[in-house]
Design a protein around this ligand. Structure first.
Ligand SMILES: OC[C@H]1O[C@H](O[C@H]2O[C@H](CO)[C@@H](O)[C@H](O)[C@H]2O)[C@H](O)[C@@H](O)[C@@H]1O
Length: 742
């Protein structure tokens, strides 16, 4: 990226009583001399029937703007409504005689407006600043932080406001899918409603007793089911070829249980059936087990797509066109389909779904993978549907019970490895279990599937969960997505809030008779790695990611094996793991420790980026905040975290780490509500003296910790730390080189 986009930031006029949001509108910026011609382009991909816009979907206009690389984030352009009618925009594009950088910048400036302008902030009527769940939190600082985070909802509530487009003519075009009801956005570049994010947002809203917003969220999803037959990845037309992990039924169940509103089921049950039918028709596959020879109907992510994702056009175009030797058209189409499928899984992207990790993203093979998490989610959906119908409709209830039972058989047959005591994905390519360990191993427990070997006794149950013990002892932060450091955002060292929730709920699902007794001690001269069944992680101890520690004046990796590798081991507990409770078993101890780490990670990274609470949590000094380039910031609630620090955001992937952030708020509130009695005040590292300081958290997306950023993504943000930019710069540089070569 030879020049960065600048950001025009201005307050948006809002009516009284509505929280003010700041729209940061990225300004197009040429990445070469304005008079230079754009790089030559490869032939256009086929038009995508599901995405007919001639402006925002695959076609000459989008490819030309993408190749010009005007914005640090590909999503910026496709989120900019036009400022003229579609016909006028297309005519202006046709009239560009010389496609120079300058001509494309002028075109975008004159024909498009600010990203996110079709949205408006909405007040939360009757917002209660003191929700009852706060009574569950004992200590002063955790309680004050939970209350602060509860207040962040006010910054993330949106309505569609198409009237802001094109004055009163209403003929301008935007990618936003208008929604009839209020919704909650994740934050930062994610300006629209997202499917699986909403599950954790709903969990938090339930703690906050904001039931009408949960109802609105569900009504929007039901409208989408009526309109499209499925729930799209997110609220933009460029997401209309794919869904995301199907958690609608589970949101519905949690809402009905918390609010008592069974009335919603009249509308919801037929639409839930419609969603399940969509997954069966479009995403099921018959798999004959090499272990038992039984045939199971299972589910996979599988998007039909033969073009770059519009919101990541240049990224996909670069990935596909830089493979060496060059791919033919059908191989390109297959890779585009795999990339879109990765996005459908919610894990975009991860080594978990790569055929050969050394070939990286080019080898993504998710369409030929049967994922343990997706099938566990669908199993639980059927269990919940059976209970919704209950005795009022025993035929339907029995149908769902049978579907759940069949899926359970498939999950235990295909995914469960009884010698390693772990669940793994099934590879259709190799007709075998993938020997790749990830946090997805905990989904079946969360869904209520507990293998007999785990139920057998406390020793084998602990073995199945021993990786959590390793993480808490060996690393400073929370449970990583995988143990492979790849630069992809769903790999180490990134730890995502939703997954901490899954791990905690997996532990909660275990019966108490197998979680009694204290956490086992490793064999002599071994670390907690020695408690993990042989081969479970698929890595030797020394191949695990290193944990940086201060070594004199520099950072070095902690010892990688033996007892000293457990750098966070304390007396009866782990650092930032709370206080051991009388009589707690190992299951409760692991939950208490992980819940404290989650709280610590979120709070410390917020404080390190300028967060403070009057009379409870002082604002750090400018000298300290300068370390994270957060002197003018008020704290970031990050979307993902590093498991190497408790005050660091995650990194990697195709966009910079975002702040806001819906699911982080949701998980924090859920943890506060469920573990508040055992959450201690976090001990945040000193930014000036600890190794974490030099690489730790800072503003990322230009949004404040309160999640107020509704626009303005990433690199152009006011407070971005260089450490966050590095992966992107490497990617951008690679993109520029490839584009230049084309
Ligand atoms: O623009 C790239 C991709 O961004 C989204 O994915 C990431 O953010 C989502 C919102 O928080 C989250 O649901 C997903 O798990 C993240 O990986 C989007 O969902 C992708 O479809 C999109 O291609």
């Amino acid at each position: 990226q030879s020049s960065s986009a600048s950001t025009a930031t201005g307050p948006v006029a809002l009516s009284t009583g509505v929280p003010s949001i700041t729209l940061s509108t990225a300004v197009a910026s040429a990445t070469a001399a304005t008079s230079s011609q754009l790089p030559s382009q490869v032939p256009l991909p086929p038009k995508q029937a599901w995405c007919p816009s001639e402006i925002f979907c695959a076609g000459p206009l989008l490819q030309t703007v993408a190749v010009a690389n005007l914005f640090p984030d590909d999503k910026t352009f496709v989120d900019k409504p036009t400022s003229k009618s579609s016909q006028a925009v297309l005519a202006d594009f046709q009239n560009i005689s010389q496609p120079t950088y300058g001509a494309i910048v002028n075109f975008v400036d004159s024909d498009f407006t600010g990203e996110g302008l079709e949205l408006e902030a909405v007040a939360l009527p009757g917002f209660n600043p003191n929700p009852p769940f706060l009574k569950n939190v004992t200590e002063t600082l955790p309680k004050a932080f939970a209350q602060t985070v509860h207040g962040f909802w006010t910054q993330l509530i949106r309505n569609t406001n198409s009237s802001t487009l094109c004055g009163s003519s209403g003929k301008c075009e935007s990618t936003l899918i208008p929604l009839n009801h209020t919704f909650v956005v994740p934050g930062g570049r994610f300006r629209e409603q997202y499917y699986w994010d909403s599950f954790w947002i709903v969990e938090g809203l339930i703690q906050s007793q904001l039931f009408s917003i949960v109802n609105d969220t569900l009504q929007n999803f039901m409208d989408e089911l009526e309109r499209f037959g499925f729930i799209p990845n997110g609220g933009r037309i460029y997401y209309l070829n794919r869904s995301q992990p199907p958690l609608f039924i589970q949101m519905l169940a949690n809402y009905v249980e918390a609010s008592g509103d069974r009335g919603i089921l009249t509308r919801a049950l037929p639409l839930a059936e419609k969603e399940l039918a969509w997954w069966s028709t479009n995403r099921s596959i018959s798999v004959t087990s090499p272990f038992t020879n039984k045939t199971h109907t299972m589910f996979r992510y599988a998007v039909n797509n033969t073009a770059p994702r519009p919101e990541s056009y240049l990224a996909d175009y670069t990935t596909v066109n830089s493979v060496s030797p060059a791919l033919n058209d059908s191989a390109k189409a297959e890779l585009y389909a795999q990339l879109a499928t990765g996005a459908e899984s919610g894990w975009d992207y991860t080594t978990r779904f790569f055929l050969s990790p050394q070939d990286g993203l080019n080898s993504i093979n998710i369409r030929n993978t049967v994922p343990v998490d997706l099938n566990s989610i669908l199993y639980k959906n059927h269990v919940l549907m059976a209970s919704f119908y209950g005795t009022a409709n025993t035929t339907a209830a029995n149908r769902h019970r049978a579907a759940a039972s069949a899926l359970r058989d498939g999950i235990l047959d295909l995914f469960w490895d009884s010698s390693k005591l772990a669940f793994y994905d099934f590879s259709l390519t190799n007709n075998a279990r993938n020997n790749f360990f990830s946090v997805a191993t905990f989904y079946p427990y969360w869904s209520g599937i507990i293998p007999d070997e785990v139920l057998a006794n406390s020793t084998s149950a602990f073995s199945a969960f021993s990786s959590i013990n390793l993480v808490l002892n060996r690393y400073n932060g929370t449970f990583p997505t995988t143990f492979i450091t790849s630069g992809q955002q769903w790999d180490a060292p990134n730890a995502w809030p939703p997954h901490q929730y899954i791990v905690l709920n997996a532990l909660r699902a275990l019966p108490s008779n197998i979680t009694k007794g204290s956490i086992p001690t490793p064999p002599s001269n071994q670390s907690t790695f020695g408690l993990i069944p042989s081969g479970q992680l698929g890595l030797s101890e020394t191949d695990l990611p290193g944990q940086p520690v201060q070594g004199g004046s520099t950072l070095i990796n902690a010892t990688t094996s033996g007892p000293n590798a457990d750098i966070n081991k304390g007396n009866n507990t782990v650092a930032n793991g709370g206080t051991a409770q009388p009589g707690e078993g190992w299951g409760q101890a692991l939950q208490r420790q992980l819940a404290n780490r989650v709280f610590t990670s979120i709070l410390c990274s917020w404080q390190a980026t300028g967060g403070s609470i009057p009379n409870v949590l002082p604002r750090l000094s400018d000298q300290e905040l300068n370390v994270t380039q957060s002197v003018t910031n008020t704290g970031n609630m990050f979307e993902k975290f590093s498991n190497l620090d408790v005050n660091s955001a995650g990194q990697g992937g195709e966009y910079t780490v975002q702040a806001g952030f819906g699911w982080t708020n949701g998980v924090l509130l859920w943890v506060a509500s469920n573990y508040g009695a055992v959450i201690d005040s976090p001990k945040c590292p000193d930014l000036l003296t600890t190794p974490t300081g030099s690489t730790s958290s800072s503003g990322s997306s230009g949004s404040s910790g309160s999640g107020s950023g509704s626009g303005g993504s990433s690199k152009s943000g006011a407070n971005g730390a260089l450490s966050y930019f590095k992966p992107f710069l490497a990617f951008a540089l690679a993109s520029a080189i490839v584009v230049a070569q084309l």
